[in-house]
Design a protein. Structure first.
Length: 342
């Protein structure tokens, strides 16, 4: 009786296909590096560690800022609709939008892709989105990991994680200690659901058919705010910021306000976009909506009133910030007024 021969490939891991993917990533990465870009290494992809030279970055008193995140259960809908070319943008956005809250300029990004079975076409499309997200945020994809994990993930399932690093001058760090009584809260419109609340979205979609005009909204990629925010920080026009993600508007804004000051928000001023109105119509309370979704506000700024007009000029028409509240010094930590206008 012949003994069964075991191999890594027979157990579900295809090393040759993984190597082919690394060559693809390395090729795209080299093409994306400009000749003038003297702090990136063209051959960084494929090594044990990724290199990034910061010696020529002219920032006084530099501080490194790092962030890591994923895209949650939005991945399940990407799988269901077989659309993989934008979920990578979401991955980059979730990290970069956190990074810029401190006023940091994005430098580089690394990704982690875990799959049940490596599909070259599918993974290549995910990576296309990651490369696009990096181009938008002007950072470099310098490394990552693709792990084939049969038995842990089913054949078609996958997961994503990202890690980003940026740099900021110590004097330019956006910090809640900069916030003062009388400052204004500006809301920057979101691009849609972004990458939070998808467990609730998926639950609703199981029993409700989404209108044709809103189908694209389900997988619309997260808006990356780095270009606009960095222009504002360079001109010293922002005191603090907040990326509106899990927990919604209030919870994330509170993280950017000192304990001795009060956050005042007028919900009636929030410009709610169509996809959230549809979700709300499926018997979700106002409180649940505001705690789960961004409801149309992707990022917030806390600024001096005198700078509002200068700030608005930086943004394209669709994403011009608008006032939703202000900072006072009261007994309460939080004052919420009016209701969302559905």
């Amino acid at each position: 009786m012949k003994k069964k021969k075991y191999s890594y490939k027979k157990s579900g891991v295809n090393i040759s296909l993984a190597n082919k993917l690394v060559k693809y990533i390395s090729g795209v990465s080299r093409k994306s590096v400009k000749k003038t870009d003297n702090y990136s290494y063209k051959d960084a992809i494929g090594g044990f560690g990724s290199l990034f030279d910061i010696s020529n970055i002219k920032i006084k008193d530099p501080v490194i800022v790092s962030c890591t995140d994923g895209v949650g259960t939005k991945i399940d809908l990407a799988n269901k609709h077989k659309k993989f070319d934008t979920i990578g943008i979401d991955l980059v956005a979730m990290c970069i939008n956190d990074l810029i809250v401190q006023g940091a300029k994005p430098l580089f990004f690394l990704d982690y892709i875990a799959v049940g079975k490596l599909n070259f076409y599918k993974t290549k499309n995910i990576l296309k989105g990651i490369f696009k997200g990096c181009r938008i945020s002007k950072c470099k994809l310098i490394g990552g990991e693709t792990a084939e994990m049969p038995g842990v993930y089913s054949k078609d399932k996958f997961d994503l994680a990202g890690f980003s690093v940026g740099i900021v001058s110590k004097k330019k760090i956006l910090d809640k200690r900069n916030v003062k009584e009388g400052d204004i809260i500006l809301a920057i419109p979101s691009n849609g659901i972004h990458s939070n609340g998808y467990s609730l979205v998926r639950s609703i979609l199981k029993k409700n058919k989404i209108p044709k005009n809103l189908k694209k909204e389900i997988l619309r990629p997260t808006k990356i705010y780095s270009n606009e925010i960095l222009k504002l920080t360079n001109k010293n026009l922002i005191k603090a910021g907040a990326h509106i993600t899990g927990g919604g508007l209030v919870e994330n804004l509170l993280r950017s306000v000192p304990k001795d000051l009060t956050l005042n928000i007028d919900f009636s001023k929030i410009k709610i976009i169509k996809i959230f109105k549809w979700l709300k119509s499926k018997n979700i309370s106002d409180r649940e909506m505001i705690q789960t979704f961004n409801c149309g506000v992707g990022f917030c700024l806390i600024v001096s009133k005198k700078n509002i007009l200068k700030i608005k000029k930086i943004f394209p028409k669709r994403f011009v910030p608008y006032e939703i509240g202000y900072i006072t010094k009261d007994k309460k930590k939080l004052n919420l007024s009016n209701s969302l206008k559905w």
